[in-house]
Write a protein that binds this ligand. Sequence first.
Ligand code: NI
Length: 145
Amino acid sequence: MGKRKEAERFGVSFEPDLLKKFDREIAAAGYECRSEALRDLARQWLSSRQLKQGKGPAFGVLAIVFNHQRRQVSKRLTRLGHKFFAEVVTTVHIHLDEHNCLEALILRGKAQEIQQLADQMRALKGVEQGGIVLLELQRKEKKGG
Ligand code: NI
């Protein structure tokens, strides 16, 4: 191992409710400070992303929850769907309550393209939760075919 590099500090802002829940759960999980919990989350996220950078044909199922009244989020989601190489095959929209919608999107393309599209959708302001299941298609090749 080389010389240990000094940790860099940066500011993070959380909404009060989110911070309260985060603090409660990291304490329950045994973390002594937020920084350690955030570092672990970053490591997990980075390693899961490495799995998702394949170039073969794939499908993704993205589920997002968003407030349809905020910042034209519906329009922006549609715009992203048209802009990317990965294709939105179909979507299912459920009105959860007066403000919130759940949308499940079936995406088709290369794994990394699907990941990019999903990332940008999740990053939109107004999108409050999001999760993706990514399936790479395993094609069996026939010998001599
Ligand atoms: Ni809705």
